[in-house]
Design a protein around this ligand. Sequence first.
Ligand code: NAD
Length: 506
Amino acid sequence: AAAQTRTTQTRTTPSRATPSRQRIDALLAATPTDLFINGQWRQAAAGASFAVEDPATGETLTRVASADETDALSAMDAAAEAQDSWARTPSRVRAEILRRGFDLVQDHAEELALLMTLEMGKPLAQSRGEVSYGGEFLRWFSEEAVRDHGRYADTPEGNLRMLITRKPVGPCLLITPWNFPLAMATRKVAPALAAGCTMILKPAALTPLTSLYFTALMSEAGLPGGVLNVLPTDSPASISGPLMADPRLRKISFTGSTAVGKQLMKQATENVLRTSMELGGNGPLIVFEDADLDKAVAGAMAAKLRNMGEACTAANRVLVQESVAEEFIAKLAQRMSALQVGSGLEDGVDVGPLIDAKACTSVAELVDDAVRRGAEVVVGGQRGDGPGHFFAPTLLRNVSPEARVVREEIFGPVAPVLTFSTEDEAVAMANATEYGLASYVFTENISRGLRIGDRLDFGLLGLNVGVISNAAAPFGGVKQSGLGREGGAEGIAEYTSTQYVGIESP
Ligand code: NAD
């Protein structure tokens, strides 16, 4: 594939024109569709493959090799074999490979963005945003790789010297979801590489192409064979089961639904695997009467509608103080009705298709359930026509706290608005969920914002802002939203274990 062989590339400037069929075909032809094991592209041992579809049209884009247990064990052999020399590779060398990976992602930003829009559906401008966000993990962890220090100290009694070091945990299994095809991969791959771990990446079956293209870039950046192995498959349990049963695997890092995360945690107990779990969310966005309402509306638009609402950090529920509810709903309705829905390839589109027909049905069911329980549809409310999995941006008011749309993760462009009267009530409503990932508070009174933040059981809080993800910040949840943190200094610690050496005092 061209992505493997190209060594120099001039950066392309984003064009506002809809990408031509010819450009799309050339990109698909240049994108690897095989498994990547021990530094080589290979077909699946059993010769199996699966189709990757464009959610805007339902058409097949290409077919990708589907790994099974035999491939998984070959990848495990390669990762185990490469572990020792990768761990002993000087951190500066690992950092430089990561940095070259970052540069290559920038050089190929347009290709990566277009692939993401093709396989996942988000508007091209948002795909470009993800390339920029996702790429930053490579730069950030190239910088962290050389700063992961230990310490040397006396015991308080003076009888020993303590040497405390951090070592890579060993070969990791990284499983990613379809909603952020690049960033979810780089957020795991970059810290694992920085820490000195080898790995097997299993991208979501709905969106494997971005990860395969990214893998070609990392190989071009100089990664030795066996360090990063990539196994697309449409039968994930057939590879995760054997891998997690293999004593050579030392860690699993999973991003996806809480249901699958719980199953994997059970499997992880067998070999006492280290686990990091980035799971579902049910984020509240709380608007107080002393908020700047325009800022709150802009924050709600970003937190709710970015990525078609298919984000674990999405503001699932909008909680507005009664005294400003009318004005807030009117402003939000105006912004939401102006959104353009359509293929993410077209300039000016704000909301692309949902990932598949199942997603559309599940969002429609949540809206119907809310309406049956008395909710009023202010904007949208229905699916789009024709091929592709479109759902109209939808604003609901008078929503019952019992409605499923309030209690479950929506993963679609639907904003249910509920009202509250006091701070205590807002906090109680916000925390009334088994999830605890992202939350948002809008108030111009910063001490109120911090006071509420202290009482919110969420791993992330946006104060007067609707998007807070950053490679330098620790991302992760509490309660059933998961375990561990990605990004920041915390992100690399997840891939290391601590060793203490007690040394006789001189
Ligand atoms: P999913 O759980 O269906 O799939 C996630 C990944 O797990 C995919 O790669 C899938 O192929 C794989 N998988 C599915 N069943 C498996 C099994 N039995 N064994 C091993 N692997 C298996 O989730 P999804 O629909 O791809 O993603 C949406 C979910 O991800 C939402 O709940 C969302 O909130 C969550 N998410 C969380 C974060 C976060 O950082 N907390 C980020 C993005 C998405």
